[in-house]
Design a protein around this ligand. Structure first.
Ligand code: HEM
Length: 418
């Protein structure tokens, strides 16, 4: 590819520092058209990158922007697809695509509304706040062995196990199997990272989906025989206007909770502690005045978002500034760029845990606004307040970012207790 592309998530420099790219886009091309075929897995002929807060926010809230290609596909593409059908993928990949496409994140109303309403019952702010004592205990349990003084990896020993233990307990799956969830979940998350079009990544995700499904089917069967007080039992029982979740939806709802429920929160904790390492004054303020906890977590979410972007398809013509978006176009919504838009955030590149207001888009907005946001915020607040107060210090100034560009997180973070 000879053309220089202002937005190039394949460039290793982007992984190290995506924010320079976002600043260039905001300044020079807030509605940026990607070169043709730049993203190999795109279904659209035209792909746009939106970085301005106002545009990203509009696309997240406006019903002309949809998640299902079927609801945006131009008539011509339908005719072409009918004339030249794609080769049928192998059965395992078909099952994987069907499972992923039945997740609420990838559905439009009315299916989205039904799925979200049923799952949402377990995620009300009151239900989540009741988990505070348990999460605090888990934080102490995981931190205790890390304070001996020897070097530890905070990601594998703390930031990864905490969210997976919480969501496993909430769902009612065995916490002891958390290493299995971790590897299945990571492989599925990698396939969602749109920049990775490697067939091997897709194959591994499909295998992980198959194995996780087989595991969960047994757990679901056991919950049907022996109902208990957890989300899975509630989902099995859940009825909204007489409609239950079918088996496929039940399975994919559990899978999205397991995957979304820990890859992202792990990154919130890891990115958060890394950012505090880079800004010792902020850590000091947080340690001395823990009343800043809530706003500090919001600032970490704005400054180093665990989910850097999402996407939508355009289902109807939209005039955006000078640009006319057409049915069938896709738009990449750079949440992390919008969080640095100087039109909304004063000194956007400054990390300020006292920032108010802080209407970042790290949990998106509109109908797909992160369902797990209250849980992520609670886990982030408890874990990071405790880490800020601890004697743990980071041992390296060179971060090791995971090779993913939708989810941004550290592969490892070596630290020791002083
Ligand atoms: C949706 C971010 C934690 C479950 C989303 C979306 C974002 C996001 C940006 C919307 C994507 C879009 O509109 O295309 C995050 C971040 C988290 C986090 C940054 C942690 C810091 C969680 C947790 C759970 C969760 C802990 C559940 C246990 C979900 C679900 C959706 C979602 C189910 C789909 C909602 C829908 O389609 O209506 N998340 N998330 N997330 N998140 Fe989270």
């Amino acid at each position: 590819m000879s053309e220089v592309c202002l937005f190039n998530p394949y460039d290793p420099a982007f992984l190290a520092d995506p924010y320079t790219t976002y600043r260039t886009l905001l300044n020079q091309a807030p509605l940026f058209k990607l070169p043709a075929d730049f993203l190999q897995r795109s279904l659209s002929d035209t792909d746009w990158c939106l970085s301005r807060y106002e545009d990203v926010s509009l696309a997240l809230r406006d019903r002309r922007f949809v998640r299902e290609w079927e609801n945006a596909k131009p008539a011509q593409a339908q005719a072409e697809a009918a004339a030249n059908p794609h080769p049928t993928p192998p059965p395992m990949l078909q099952t994987y695509f069907a499972g992923m496409n039945s997740m609420m994140l990838f559905r439009d109303p009315p299916a989205h509304t039904r799925l979200r309403t049923l799952v949402n019952k377990a995620f009300t702010p009151i239900a989540i706040e009741s988990l505070r004592p348990r999460i605090t205990d888990l934080v102490e349990y995981l931190l205790q062995p890390l304070t001996s003084g020897s070097q530890v990896d905070l990601i594998s020993e703390f930031a990864l196990p905490l969210p997976v233990m919480v969501i496993a307990e909430m769902l009612g799956v065995a916490v002891a199997d958390r290493d299995l969830f971790k590897s299945w979940s990571l492989r599925i998350a990698r396939s969602i990272d749109a920049t990775l079009s490697d067939p091997q990544v897709l194959q591994e995700a499909a295998e992980a989906y198959r194995d996780l499904s087989a595991y969960l089917k047994d757990v679901i069967a056991d919950h049907r025989r022996h109902p208990r007080e957890d989300i899975l039992t509630n989902l099995i029982r859940a009825e909204e206007d007489g409609e239950r979740l079918n088996e496929q939806e039940l399975l994919s709802s559990c899978i999205i909770l397991l995957v979304a429920g820990h890859e992202t929160t792990t990154n919130l904790i890891g990115n958060g502690f890394w950012t505090l390492h880079r800004h010792p004054d902020a850590r000091e303020l947080w340690r001395e005045q823990p009343e800043w906890s809530t706003s500090a977590v919001e600032e970490i979410l704005r400054f180093e978002p665990p989910v850097q972007r999402t996407m939508r398809y355009v289902s109807d013509t939209v005039q955006m500034g000078d640009v006319l978006l057409s049915r069938g176009d896709s738009v990449y919504l750079l949440l992390a760029a919008a969080n640095r838009d100087p039109a909304v955030f004063a000194n956007p590149d400054v990390f300020d845990i006292t920032r108010k207001p802080n209407r970042h888009l790290s949990f998106a907005a509109g109908i797909h606004f992160c369902l797990g946001a209250p849980l992520a915020r609670l886990e982030g607040e408890i874990a990071l307040t405790r880490l800020a107060q601890s004697s743990l210090v980071v041992d390296s100034d060179v971060p090791l970012w995971r090779n993913m560009t939708v989810l941004r997180g550290l592969e490892a973070l070596q630290a020791h207790a002083e």
